[in-house]
Write a protein of this length. Structure first.
Length: 558
């Protein structure tokens, strides 16, 4: 399936908001990146709207539209009636003037096609053959049914959408024409490509706005008093019904908006709870005026409804009559084959994320799935990772952290910016001779330690690493590290008890000092002895010399 929604990988921050907002869980995760599974996607655009990192982008088809205009064939623009909600104070006259500057040969309202379609809906209801009739204007609803509720396909009105009907009508009236639909919907791109021969290109309002800006074209206000424009109501909730006659007393006519409400209604239909109804279904809450490709700055659903309601006329557009067969739309099943996993397999996945008992299954939805079992099945299907369970990761991290803090031989102390004890481990309790952390939690650190080092680190805004400190009140030496955590506004102190090492060092130093002192005394004594010996040797040598000299003289005389 073609990718109509793309992912900017660098922007995806594994926040899981897209999967939480995806009504059919058509998003998988690999390497902490979201991946849109096109085979499962219904192109509702909720992931695009919800993404806080702007990581999703709609496929841009401006190049296709420009190529059509440059082809030489006449190109007509079909503008969805929700344009009046997207652009302030504009009319079809405003749009026609601006778009013709872009090169369009004709500019018309898709509401013309809506008029053709609503007549066919009235004919279906008047015929009364279908027990339940679901409108087929919203391609996202159609795709939802085709992929996830194929048994409900017979309940769809097998009628072309207003975009398709208008494109067909334009091509009947304008020989050789190509058509470009412009609206607030992503799934229209898929619809156009799934049914060749109708719209030749689909642009969103965001793409059109970018094109106009690129060309320096402004949309100027223009008056419009066309009363033959009741089908302009189509993009509002209940707007289809308001344009229809809806006069078959055997039917209940109702409007449902929002994917979850649509899913619930479809399930009720399949369960036989609903009969003899014509149901206008819209995937977007508030219908098309709240479509995913409405300019984000223009999202004012209440004011937009009021503006569309005021802008719509009281009469129908004059349109050609078409045989029902020409307006028929085939919508085959697109359902994938279901894979079933045993309770044992699901249970094994649950165990891996710490859910060994039913009460462990929080079903918090933080991973994007409604229940832990749904998440486990997604893991088995290769759509989800075990690490997507945030409570499990939090509990695991806390347990890991607690084990380290609890079992480390180092004393750990956590203070707030007021130097009040917020956390203290058992090693720190032992160091400062207290029996329980509760003795000091919430108390000023001065009760157990000199606050000066903490105040110094805080004032200078600098961490202190492995500073040797003597705690006289406890007769202990510690190597103290003080870390300032400005993110959480806390001060962390890690103290390694090095008393034995310090005492051994002191003892070694004392022994060395004593040894040196003894050595000095021995050297002094030895020097004195040497000097005494030298002195004695000197005297003896002198006496010997005198004696020998006398002996020499005596011998000479003889």
């Amino acid at each position: 399936m073609t990718e109509y929604l793309k992912l900017k990988e660098s922007n995806c921050k594994h926040c899981y908001k897209c999967i939480r907002n995806c009504p059919v869980k058509a998003i998988s995760f690999k390497d902490d990146q979201a991946i849109i599974r096109s085979e499962d996607c219904i192109l509702c655009g909720q992931c695009f709207v919800a993404c806080p990192q702007n990581a999703k982008e709609i496929r841009n088809d401006l190049a296709v539209a420009k190529a059509l205009i440059n082809s030489g064939d006449p190109v007509a623009a079909s503008i969805a009636p929700s344009f009046a909600a997207n652009y302030d104070s504009v009319t079809i006259g405003s749009m026609e003037k601006a778009l013709k500057q872009l090169g369009f040969a004709a500019v018309e309202e898709t509401a013309i096609g809506a008029t053709i379609v609503k007549k066919e809906f009235d004919a279906l209801a008047k015929n009364g053959v279908q027990d339940v009739i679901i409108s087929s204007c919203c391609p996202t609803v159609n795709t939802l049914i085709q992929k996830y509720y194929p048994k409900a396909i017979p309940f769809l009105a097998h009628v072309v959408s207003p975009m398709q009907a208008h494109s067909m009508d334009i091509k009947e009236r304008l020989a050789g024409a190509k058509t470009v639909f412009i609206g607030p919907c992503i799934s229209k791109k898929a619809e156009a490509e799934s049914y060749p021969g109708t719209a030749d290109c689909v642009l969103t309002f965001e793409e059109l706005s970018g094109w106009l800006t690129e060309e320096g074209i402004s949309i100027e206000p223009a008056e419009d008093r066309n009363q033959e424009s009741r089908a302009r109501l189509f993009p509002t909730i209940g707007g289809i019904l308001r344009t229809m006659k809806a006069d078959n007393p055997d039917y209940t006519y109702m409007a449902i908006d929002g994917i979850e409400n649509c899913k619930n209604a479809i399930e009720d239909i399949l369960n036989g709870k609903i009969h003899r109804c014509f149901i206008e279904m819209s995937a977007c809450a508030g219908s098309c005026i709240n479509g995913p490709a409405i300019d984000r700055s223009s999202r004012e659903p209440v004011l937009d409804f009021m503006y569309i309601n005021h802008y719509a006329g009281k009469q129908d557009f004059r349109v050609a009559e078409y045989a029902s067969q020409m307006l028929k739309k085939e919508m085959p099943s697109l359902a994938a084959q279901n894979i079933y996993f045993s309770d044992f397999s699901i249970g094994e996945v649950l165990k891996k994320i710490g859910k060994t008992r039913p009460e462990d299954e929080l079903n918090c939805g933080s991973c994007g799935y409604n229940t832990c079992r749904e998440k486990a099945i997604a893991v088995l299907e290769g759509k989800a990772d075990l690490t997507m369970c945030l409570p499990y990761l939090k509990e695991k991290a806390e347990s890991f952290s607690d084990n380290i803090i609890k079992n480390t031989p180092n004393a750990i102390l956590v203070l707030d910016e007021a130097f009040t004890v917020q956390q203290i481990n058992s090693a720190a309790c032992k160091l400062v001779n207290i029996s329980s952390p509760w003795d000091v939690l919430g108390e000023p650190v001065v009760r157990i330690l000199d606050p000066a080092p903490f105040m110094e680190a805080s004032q200078k805004g600098r961490n202190i690493y492995d500073k040797r400190v003597y705690l006289p009140e406890y007769r202990k030496y510690v190597d103290q590290t003080i870390i300032l955590d400005t993110s959480f506004h806390i001060i962390i102190s890690i103290m390694k008890d090095v008393t034995e090492e310090a005492l051994r060092l002191e003892q070694k130093t004392e022994i060395g000092r004593a040894t040196i002192e003894i050595a000095d005394k021995v050297i002094d004594k030895q020097m004195r002895s040497v000097q005494e010996i030298a002195s004695l040797l000197g005297e003896t040598a002198a006496e010997t010399k005198v004696a020998l000299t006398r002996l020499k003289e005596l011998l000479k005389n003889e």
